[in-house]
Design a binder for this molecule. Structure first.
Ligand SMILES: [Zn+2]
Length: 296
């Protein structure tokens, strides 16, 4: 009898040992597969920050890892940028953002001179098709002197760029490569020719925004227009168009142009800067600002 009890006890101990081994094994496997991973506090903080970042769609940092989601993923594998990260500003803080479209041109050098004299940084949305040797020098100068370069398409021809999403991307990539090669800077912001709300791009605009957003690009419209590229402007009309509107905003985004036909803009610029400065504004580049986009 005593013998049987001893055997039974030994069997029980053995069974318990086997069971314990099995349990340990499966726990190891689970950890190996990544379902049970422990993080220290620092790692958890970094993870939380990354998650928060991904929750803000406009500023998502794009590194190309989301390529699979897009039908345009195979196109232009180098056209990915780190999205701009606007600085946090108080709403009442007065900052003016001077922007110049359609350059560089023979006028751009004068504008850069004025900005340098005034110690101001601005934003240039440039074209590729009109680039001259002088334009290339001015583009490099923009980068060197701390201005922000944005893309305004290569051709600015609405029949080309707005024919389809593919044709927009093709044109966009052309000037993107041009800027990157000349300056070493990857432009991460852009402005639609005629702004984001125009009849040429209405059909495909959302898709362009989505695809370029996926690649890290942010677009900016404006809220004050100098109207220096419409009709027959005068230096006075340019000044007046800005004067009547910019104080409506604590952070105005002012549309001007530096194409070859905008000598008057360059001429009146020092006075425009003086006016804005005297009413308590400082100046900055657009990539530091929350996106300014037309609401419609
Ligand atoms: Zn334009």
């Amino acid at each position: 009898m005593e013998h049987k009890v001893r055997i039974a006890l030994m069997a029980l101990v053995l069974a318990l040992l086997v069971l314990r081994l099995l349990l340990l094994d499966s726990a190891d496997e689970a950890q190996g597969e990544g379902s049970v991973i422990w993080h220290n506090e620092q790692e958890l903080a970094v993870m939380a920050e990354l998650e928060n970042r991904e929750a803000a769609p406009v500023y998502t940092v794009s590194d190309g890892s989301m390529e699979a989601d897009s039908e345009y993923a195979d196109l232009y594998p180098d056209m990915y940028v780190t999205a701009v990260m606007p600085e946090s500003r108080q709403e009442e803080e007065r900052i003016a953002y001077l922007t110049f479209d359609d350059g560089p041109s023979s006028v751009t050098g004068d504008i850069l001179d004025t900005l340098k004299e005034e110690g101001i940084r601005a934003t240039f949305f440039v074209l590729g098709s009109t680039m001259t040797e002088q334009g290339e020098e001015n583009l490099k100068r923009m980068a060197r002197e701390g201005h922000t370069i944005g893309i305004h398409t290569y051709s600015h021809e609405y029949q080309d760029i707005y024919a389809s999403v593919e044709s927009f991307l093709k044109d966009f990539n052309r000037v993107y490569e041009q800027i990157t090669e000349l300056t070493g800077v990857k432009p991460a912001i852009f402005r639609f020719p005629w702004g984001s709300y125009n009849e040429y791009c209405r059909e495909i605009k959302d898709e362009i925004v989505e695809e370029l957003g996926r690649r890290g690009f942010t677009y900016y419209d404006w809220n004050v227009s100098a109207e220096d590229s419409v009709g027959t402007p005068t230096a006075e009309s340019i000044y007046e168009n800005i004067r009547k509107d910019y104080t409506k905003y604590t952070q105005p985004v002012i549309l001007m142009h530096d194409s070859g036909s905008n000598a008057l803009t360059a001429q009146i610029l020092p006075e425009v800067i003086r006016m804005i400065r005297e009413s308590g504004y400082t100046f900055d580049t657009l990539d530091h600002r929350e996106p300014c986009q037309f609401g419609y």
